[in-house]
Design a protein around this ligand. Structure first.
Ligand code: FAD
Length: 466
């Protein structure tokens, strides 16, 4: 057969798992080759985290012109040039970031092969390219092939039935949008369109949307969504879909009763499946679970020790920062410098809904479940000067702390800036900080972050602002 090229480290996929692994491995002295069949940057940069946040941001700006406010601003005739929005999202945001990754690859002398990779055996990868194929032999490989949307039978992504990628690039702002699956992705995108004035209906199989965030957190989010005309059906089973040239009708069942809803588009966001089914893993000794997830140890090593796996192909939440963190562990392990981390301990999770929600570490439920000797303290944004001056005195900061040592064990935030604020709580958990450490750290005034200091003081029985 064909002669295989011998390579040091191969990374398959260039999402937040793959590109970070490649750069870190190169920094640590490896000669790295990345194989990517799509666009550099993976799902997150091209069709996930980044473009969704871009649209959500525009939605906030537009909504600000539409909502009655108490501070006397009124805007007439505000409008959105959707093609400009789309253009900006692609060229000024996505392309900017992905070309940045390509530049970093060059800087670190990382080779990129455009093509579809699959394993031939434990040491060899075949790459199918536009004009043929090539065989690559490797010392180490990192699988970072990510995930794709689940397609439910009868709901083919076609025409007016779209996945998250389609929902990010609709040809127009729809008058109405149906969302099947009210998880984070469906709720974020549904919320963004609700801000654009779209009538959004969410149909969710569970008895609640935004799974992973507790009811106390989701309440302000759901109230806001409903205030904007959003409708939510829970414990609802999507049955079938019918589309015409002009619209799409969903039939679903609640309490044994069939109902229909018609809209301009239907987004199906019922979960993602790992891209492990066409990787030729059956030709290797890499173990894969029933759900297609690659089994790994705490060094990201698979059952074949020189093959690593990171990101959405591994168990746990499908999050970009999880993929990137695993990437650094794998790169270090490859270069003979294993690190020890409990990656799930303070792995933050954020929903970019209105209002934003963020959680890290222990939660009130996990405290109950594991019978932890911990207490829960809340500080409302209504008592935070910065939040009020932004007209966003909604939501709260919650700290979970050890009753005995006052160590910070977890935290949840719903409200303004939650996505950025949560890192302070993660840092506190990772560093073993106590509430006293936080309250002895001077926080600038007026800031949203002061709320974390306030919460710490309340936990210590020394609250100033409540
Ligand atoms: P991916 O980013 O999926 O990248 C995998 C890459 O591998 C792809 O480029 C693919 O083309 C390539 N590939 C696959 N198979 C092969 C093959 N055989 N050969 C060659 N190349 C291959 N996460 C967050 O943390 N925050 C968010 O705000 C957020 N928002 C999201 C919004 C949306 C709409 C979506 C869909 C996802 C969002 N996510 C978010 C999830 C996040 O995008 C993923 O967790 C993350 O991209 C996973 O990174 P990864 O490196 O594992 O894989």
């Amino acid at each position: 057969g064909a002669q295989a090229t011998e390579l040091d480290t191969i990374v398959i996929g260039s999402g937040p798992g793959g590109y970070v692994a490649a750069i870190r491995a190169a920094e640590l002295g490896q000669q790295v080759t990345v194989i990517e069949r799509g666009n550099i940057g993976g799902v997150c940069l091209n069709i996930g985290c980044i473009p969704s946040k871009a649209l959500i941001n525009v939605g906030h700006h537009y909504q600000a012109t539409q909502q009655e406010n108490p501070f006397g601003l009124s805007v007439e005739g505000a409008s959105i040039d959707w093609s400009k929005t789309q253009d900006w999202k692609q060229h000024s945001v996505v392309d900017q970031l992905t070309s940045g990754v390509s530049m970093l690859f060059k800087k670190h002398k990382i080779d990129v092969i455009q093509g579809d990779a699959s394993f031939i055996d434990n040491e060899t990868i075949n790459v199918i390219q536009e004009d043929g194929h090539q065989l690559l032999q490797f010392n180490n490989a990192i699988i970072a092939t990510g995930s794709r949307p689940v397609e439910i039978p009868g709901f083919k992504f076609k025409g007016r039935v779209v996945d998250s990628t389609g929902a990010l690039s609709l040809p127009e702002i729809p008058k109405s949008l149906i969302v099947v699956g009210g998880g984070v992705i469906g709720s974020e995108l549904g919320g963004a369109y609700a801000n654009f004035g779209t009538n959004v209906t969410i149909v969710e199989g569970l008895d609640h949307t935004l799974n992973g965030f507790d009811k106390e957190m989701t309440k302000p989010v759901l109230d806001d969504f409903k205030k904007k005309g959003g409708e939510i059906f829970t414990s609802a089973m999507a049955k079938s879909v019918d589309q015409t040239d002009d619209d799409v009708t969903l039939t679903f069942e609640v309490d044994g009763k069939e109902q229909t809803v018609t809209g301009d588009y239907l987004l199906v966001s019922v979960g993602r499946r790992p891209n492990t089914d066409e990787l030729g893993l059956n030709n290797t000794d890499v173990k894969v679970s029933d759900r297609g997830l690659i089994e790994i140890d705490d060094q990201m090593q698979t059952s074949t020790h020189h093959i690593y796996a990171i990101g959405d192909v591994t168990a746990g939440p499908a999050l970009a920062h999880k993929a990137s963190f695993q990437a650094k562990i794998a790169a270090a392990a490859i270069t003979g410098d294993p690190t020890a981390h409990d990656i799930h301990y303070s792995l933050p999770s954020v929903a970019y809904t209105n209002y934003e929600m963020a959680t890290t570490g222990e939660t009130p439920e996990s405290v109950k479940e594991n019978k932890l000797n911990a207490k829960v303290t809340k500080f409302p944004f209504a008592a935070n000067g910065r939040a009020l001056s932004m007209n966003e005195g909604v939501g709260f900061i919650r700290l979970i702390t050890d009753k005995e040592t006052n160590a910070v064990l977890g935290g949840q935030i719903v409200g303004p800036g939650a996505s950025d604020l949560i890192s302070e709580i993660s840092l506190a958990i990772e560093s073993g900080l106590t509430t006293n450490d936080i309250s002895l750290t001077i926080h600038p005034h007026p800031t949203l972050g002061e709320g974390i200091m306030d919460a710490a003081e309340v936990a210590d029985g020394l609250g100033i602002h409540i």
